[in-house]
Design a protein around this ligand. Structure first.
Ligand code: SAH
Ligand code: SF4
Length: 370
């Protein structure tokens, strides 16, 4: 990631791929088990230290393979305990990863792309354009770096990372294969062993990819809805033109119905003053979500310099929440965390150049004046 080499990077390979790799070397499959533990549980990136493998194999691995994670260029701690890393992925490109401790829980917010092509009007990542997809190694590399920051530790009740949310920079479903590989490593017992209920993919609504996702995994799903009707949602999330609300909610139901356990989807709703924060929006939302097993997460808008949008007064958001609660929904308000270090939702920008020409974007850009 910091420099391009010919060596194959083993960091992003889930178990099945590592097994195939070792078999191609004429080695036994169980080498995959050993190397997963070295890399992900012990944070080792030097083959020489992998003492349960023969010297010959270690030398061979050093010649053809590597374990290369992102380079940490900034590691900041917020007053509230939120920790943010800026990780350099290649020349000039970096992404941000955030760890939010909350009692027993530690939630790591992971990025899937450098930038984002979807250009939601209230999101600073979207406003910066799109550069490229992250590799599986770069995605799991964020978890690897964060976990290493707490080493040495024994896996147990005090695990620093108990949950992962794919809610950093980028739209994870537009980087499907790499995100699935990385999530498999998050859930792999030989790697991070995080329960499938505690790995959450958040999407702005790439409908066909939600169906594909249901065929290959059973992680938890969060839907970035943000509006109770198509007219308003299209202004906030331009992708809604292509995949309107009815299709999105139908795909969400299909996804939930395939899960082996009873699980709810999380509906994310960024509350923006004067846009989508009125009591009538809350009532419309309550009607829209009827019949969908879900909990609603209200995210007070996090301001950033290029945006004219504003965060509503807290009592307006509480009133919004109350209407949803009275209609029978579990609705929570996400406390803005880490905003003193620009680590809150939608403030993550990293550092990169926009490679998209506006005309080449996934769908046209819609500017909204609040
Ligand atoms: N692309 C995915 C995941 C990354 S965004 C998605 O859109 O779901 C993670 C969450 O932060 C989304 O719900 C997104 O809508 C929200 N968000 C983006 N910008 C925000 C802002 N400025 N304030 C509050 N929430 C924001
Ligand atoms: Fe992309 Fe999500 Fe931001 Fe929309 S909210 S621009 S989909 S990262």
């Amino acid at each position: 990631m910091t420099s391009a080499t010919e060596k194959v990077n083993l960091l992003g390979m889930p178990k099945a791929k590592l097994e195939a790799f070792f078999e191609s070397l004429g080695e036994k499959k169980f080498r995959a088990t050993q190397i997963l533990q070295w890399i992900h549980q012990r944070g080792v990136d030097d083959f020489d230290q992998m003492t349960n493998m023969s010297r010959v194999l270690r030398e061979k691995l050093s010649e053809i393979a590597e374990i290369r994670g992102p380079e940490v260029v900034l590691d900041e701690l917020s007053k509230d305990g939120t920790r943010k890393w800026v990780m350099r992925m290649d020349n000039g490109n970096s992404v941000e990863t955030v760890l939010i401790p909350d009692g027993e829980r530690g939630t790591l917010c992971v990025s899937s792309q450098i930038g984002c092509s979807l250009d939601c009007t209230f999101c600073s990542t979207g406003k910066r354009g799109f550069n490229r997809n992250l590799t599986a190694a770069e995605i799991i590399g964020q978890v690897w770096v964060a976990r290493k920051a707490f080493m040495p530790f024994e896996p147990g009740p005090e695990r620093p990372i108990t949950n992962v949310v794919m809610m950093g920079m980028g739209e994870p479903l537009l980087n499907f294969d790499n995100v699935v590989d990385a999530m498999n490593l998050m859930m792999e017992d030989l790697a991070y062993g995080i329960s499938k209920r505690r790995v959450t993919l958040s999407t702005s609504g790439v409908v066909p990819a939600i169906d594909r996702l249901g065929e290959v995994t059973d992680v938890s799903l969060a839907i970035s809805l943000h509006a109770p009707n198509d007219e308003l949602r299209t202004q906030l999330v331009p992708l809604n033109k292509k995949y309107p609300i009815a299709e999105l909610l139908a795909a969400t139901k299909r996804y939930l119905s395939r899960l082996p356990d009873k699980r709810k989807a999380t509906i994310e709703y960024t509350v923006i003053e004067g846009m989508n924060d009125k009591p009538q929006h809350a009532r419309e939302l309550a009607g829209l979500l009827r019949g969908l097993p879900c909990k609603i997460n209200l995210i007070p808008f996090n301001p950033f310099p290029e945006s004219d949008f504003r965060r509503p007064a807290m009592n307006a958001t509480r009133h919004f929440q109350k209407i949803l609660n009275e209609a029978g929904y579990v609705a929570t308000i996400r406390t803005p965390r880490g905003d003193d270090i620009d680590a809150a939702c939608g403030q993550l920008v990293g550092n990169f150049e926009d490679r998209t020409r506006r005309s080449q974007r996934y769908i046209p850009v819609h500017q909204v004046t609040p």
